[in-house]
Design a protein around this ligand. Structure first.
Ligand SMILES: [Zn+2]
Length: 653
């Protein structure tokens, strides 16, 4: 842990110093595996290190600049100066963006000890803290003369949602620094929530789940049971129409059925996923096997039937919601970046609870293909929605005004509803948390990056591992033992589901390993190395036949990366391509290529007819063979200007 990671003992005893949990974003008290935090894992090279560097040097500052420019942090100044409601800017949930940014900054300061960033964090907190009322309430949109009263709009007001993000920021700060003003503001807000919404108080819930997952983590941080109890009450109350009906239906905010009776996710994707993440936490802390089984079932079913190849979730723009089973239109994918973040949160929790590799696979897929897709290569623009087929090139958004959330075909610097950029920054600043876990027997490696891992296993045995890899460009992962006990212990490595034919070498022995987890138990000498070889060669991927929108189409993946075809490389629109699949995709100099032709179609008056190639006047005139055309990783698309793009390509000669 860097120098800043010390408890500020002058500040009081709200957060016991021994509960700092070494920078772990999620710290369950039980489960199959125990997480390792930012103080135990350091990523220092490769894909994730580069993204973390971009986050540290550009993305966090970019978000900071924008919350200033659009006046969302200024709302706090206006509150102190008595200029509300007249000077308020932004939507009812804009306070939460400051809190998510504070969470990102907290992880980043904890990760690197960056004192300049620490000063910026403190300066923001100094503007937020004075707005808190004596009873712990804090919100710039409600409760003042001329504003709506507190909690008068639980459906849409997002007050508890904002508290959730404030509390998560406080937990992040406590776990990387110790108690300070941010932590105290967060704890007071949580105490206020418990006082107002406890068993004898307001029996409502927030339209947007988020407070629940935050309260459980605050319980884990402080050991105070009232936070866990309050989180459980919020989860238990939901699902009985407590929020009242809305035009989108109560399903929109998961108030149509209790989470423990839900078998697959419906409604607004981010809300459903945050709620499920909280329910997983509550199940673990309450030793509630039925609830854990319910959350696991709905997650497994949602992954199996309502998830895009990228790991993206949410098939409807209307209501930002899940579609029905196998309803996954690629050209209308909503796949909000925040839903990707939320899926990572949920699957990480289920991985810790169950030890099922399916969840680590989902974390990997979603991190590489949703979370990493959102930021532009310069870190100054973001995707909110993540389509898998861009039909028109569109145009570059304005650089100095906020964009409508889903209308931009290129990444936009900021949005009128700008939940995604700050969600990306807090996730990227805490990626270390997803790399490795421990149990009494040993260490498990779930995500691959050049990293050093410090772990303590049963018997107070210290293990230090060095992981070296160029993953995902290269499939070789070399893990060497820097420090370890002289007794046998278990080193476990995840073998991703796509990695058929993976091999594991230790000492002079080499063996095939199946997807799931491969474990080596032995006495490791210092310097011993285990090498995992994952076949990251490009492969064709076909959809389930029930996904009508994808019938007859094929995608290409390479390792954990989903690839796509962009008009920039094709030299023509991608909307009328055919790709030949009679041989595997070609790889040359690190570039994946596939044989593509484009159809030459005459425009007709009616787009239907008696046969595939003679519909009305829209007759096929021929085809243009484009030869081998390069594909790019989906997360890099649209970094070269406006383009048409598709992940799924019609297969045919
Ligand atoms: Zn979002």
């Amino acid at each position: 842990m860097p120098p800043s990671a010390r408890a500020d003992t002058r500040a009081g005893l709200l957060v016991p110093a021994d509960r700092a949990d070494r920078g772990r974003p999620v710290a369950p008290s039980s489960g199959r595996w125990r997480p390792l935090g930012l103080g135990e894992v350091s990523i220092d090279g490769g894909f994730w290190a580069d993204l973390q560097q971009l986050n540290a040097t550009v993305m966090i500052g970019h978000c900071e600049t924008w919350i200033e420019r659009v006046g969302w942090i200024g709302n706090f100044d206006a509150a102190v100066e008595g200029r509300l409601p007249q000077d308020r800017r932004g939507r009812e949930f804009s306070d939460s963006e400051i809190y998510k940014l504070l969470e990102a900054m907290s992880w980043e300061v904890g990760r690197t000890g960056d004192q300049i960033l620490d000063a910026r964090l403190r300066a923001l907190v100094a503007r937020v803290a004075p707005v808190q009322d004596a009873d712990g309430y804090i919100n710039t949109k409600f409760g003042r003369p001329g504003q709506r009263p507190r909690y008068s709009d639980l459906q849409w007001g997002h007050e508890l949602y904002c508290f959730g993000h404030l509390i998560q920021a406080g937990v992040a700060r406590a776990r990387t620094h110790g108690e300070d003003d941010l932590v105290r503001v967060a704890v007071r807000a949580a105490d206020h929530v418990c006082a107002v919404f406890g068993p004898d108080g307001n029996q409502g819930v927030c339209g947007h789940p988020e407070i629940e997952v935050a309260l459980v983590e605050l319980y884990r941080l402080t050991g105070k049971r009232r936070y866990l109890d309050q989180a459980r009450q919020f989860v238990d109350r939901r699902g009985y129409g407590v929020l009242g009906d809305i035009e989108l239906g109560t399903q929109y905010f998961q108030d149509d059925q209790p989470v423990r009776e839900t078998t697959i996710m419906t409604g607004h994707a981010v809300r459903a996923l945050y709620l499920a993440a909280a329910a997983a936490d509550i199940a673990v802390e309450g030793d509630d096997a039925d609830l854990l089984a319910a959350v696991t079932l709905q997650t497994v079913n949602t992954l199996a039937r309502r998830t895009y190849l990228t790991g993206g979730m949410g098939a409807h723009h209307e209501g930002e919601s899940f579609g029905q089973d196998y309803e996954l239109p690629h050209d209308r994918a909503y796949s909000e970046t925040c839903a990707g973040v939320a899926s990572v949160m949920l699957n990480h929790r289920l991985l810790l609870a169950t030890g099922d590799a399916l969840h680590a696979d989902a974390v990997e897929r979603t991190l590489y293909n949703v979370v990493a897709t959102s930021p532009a290569k310069d870190g100054q623009a973001f995707y909110y929605t993540n389509t898998l087929h861009q039909r028109v090139p569109g145009s570059a958004p304005e650089t100095d005004v906020a964009s409508a959330r889903a209308s931009s075909s290129l990444r936009a610097p900021w949005f009128a509803v700008s939940c995604c950029p700050t969600n990306v920054t807090r996730t990227v600043a805490s990626l270390e948390a997803y790399v490795a876990t421990v149990d009494d027997e040993g260490v498990q490696l779930h995500q691959f990056a050049s990293a050093t891992i410090h772990a303590r296993i049963a018997g107070d045995r210290e293990v230090v591992l060095r992981m070296e890899t160029d993953y995902p460009a290269d499939g070789r992962v070399r893990v060497s033992v820097v420090e370890g006990p002289e007794t046998p212990w278990a080193l476990t490595l995840r073998v991703p589901a796509w990695a058929q034919g993976a091999e594991l070498a230790v000492g002079g022995e080499r063996r095939k390993v199946k997807p799931g987890y491969a474990t080596i138990t032995r006495v490791f000498a210092l310097g011993d190395a285990v090498v995992l070889d994952l076949p990251v060669t490009a492969r064709w991927t076909w959809p389930d036949p029930r996904i009508d929108a994808l019938r007859g189409q094929v995608a290409v993946e390479r390792g954990p990366l989903v690839l796509c075809l962009e008009s920039t490389d094709l030299g023509a629109s991608v909307n009328h391509v055919r790709v030949r699949t009679d041989a595997p995709p070609v790889e040359r100099d690190g570039v994946v290529q596939v044989p593509v032709s484009t159809l030459d179609l005459a425009d007709g008056q009616w787009p239907y007819g008696p046969s595939d190639d003679a519909h009305g006047a829209g007759t096929m005139r021929g085809k243009v063979d484009r030869g081998l055309v390069p594909l790019v990783p989906y997360h890099r698309w649209a970094n070269r200007g406006p383009s048409t793009m598709r992940v799924w390509m019609p297969a045919g000669n």
